[in-house]
Design a protein around this ligand. Sequence first.
Ligand SMILES: Cc1ncc(COP(=O)(O)O)c(C=O)c1O
Length: 470
Amino acid sequence: MAKVNHRSMRLFEDRLTDRQQKFIDEFSILYGKKFESSKKWIEEKRFVYCDWMNALTFKKSIKELIFPIFSKSSKGAHFEDIDGNILTDIAMGYGVNFWGHNPDFVKEAISERLELGLELGPQLKLSAEVAELISELTGVERVAFCNSGTEAVMTAIRIARGKTGKDKIVIFKGSYHGTFDGVLGVGSCENVEPISIGTPDNFVRDLYVLDYGATESLEFIKENAKEIAAVMVEPVQSRNPALRPKEFLQNLREITLNTGVALIFDETITGFRIHPGGAQKYFDVIADLVIYGKALGGGMPISAVAGKDEYMQLLDGGMWQFGDDSMPHDNVIFHAGTYYKHPLSIAAAKASLTEIKKRRNTVYDEMRNNMTYLADSLNSYFKDENIPLRLDYCETMFRFFGLGRYDLTLEPLELDLLFKILIYNNIYTWEKRTCFISDAHTKEDIDKIIASFKKSVETLRNGGFEFIID
Ligand SMILES: Cc1ncc(COP(=O)(O)O)c(C=O)c1O
């Protein structure tokens, strides 16, 4: 039987009225003119430049609008594209740019390190200082570095399996843990299949995919603990930031502790963003292993696997001293990466964490105020105007949800169009629309986002798309 490819593109035609078709045709011309150089560039380079974004949200009916915006430079909450348009960014590097684009203190740290050299092999003293800063802010005992969230997920799972001697991994529906084949499964506790072609069934054979926040999931974990190595949680899912099941997580902690199952918090996004101490502090839960990334590096690629010594020593053999007969043990996993602890990333991480330490008593409140203002303003506008949208958020991470037949999982054309119009109105979101505001977003920026959103909805409706809650 042919396999279902959960990543297959939607190629069928949307049924459009003449008025709607006319609107799309006319808007495509305007959009194509405004972002002319970006459109030309991808058309010219598509053969050699193979980019997954080419297919990510492809829809035949808006084909002329499907091209990436190429940027020239960025600063604060904005970037300039290759046509000279200045856009306010709410994608913020998929959550990387906590401080905004190109913050001065990170730039200085990188420039300083660039002068000194980019040696790999010899260790930078700074790497241990960054480990100490992470430990100080979050409470984790020990820290190891990788380059990406995906690599850190891979390593954490390997540690958990090595420590427990078991193979099964529990993840939750709606979570995202990067692109390691071992977590690219969709399904349930009974049946999991690869999310796309290219991942063999075997790679997801040991996955269980459960409902997040559900009591039945806790029961399942308790009953099957004998074969479960780890439960990996994205504590606040970027795809569902309103779901913050504190009690569930605390119960999960108790169950996993009592049954010898590792609890892994994947804090690639939540780390340092929703609280200086991340989701562990936010939910008052201490995980066995924690993954950090994104905000950690202040814009540079770096991630960390951290956690309790009893788990982390599977990576380095644990403690030993000079001058006696102590030794590292050899119950260790395989862990390596050429660019792990790259000097520029380590320097940027130190700058970013030092800034968090310095400003943690004020910066989170300031950003939360801006976020609340944005969410309250747009949500009351949606309600008053009968617009089928809702903005959900957790601290500075947010996402728009379509209501009723505009449910985002159905990928309605109206929403794709709305976000293209928003980009045309100088507010940039990326294709999957997990959004963030940063320290650099001012009240004026937030006002701009609100005004552009309203203007974009008006334009969509004037184009013959009703876009109302039925
Ligand atoms: C929770 C979570 N885990 C893991 C990853 C993968 O990180 P990376 O893209 O750095 O490999 C992401 C990326 O968005 C993420 O959000």
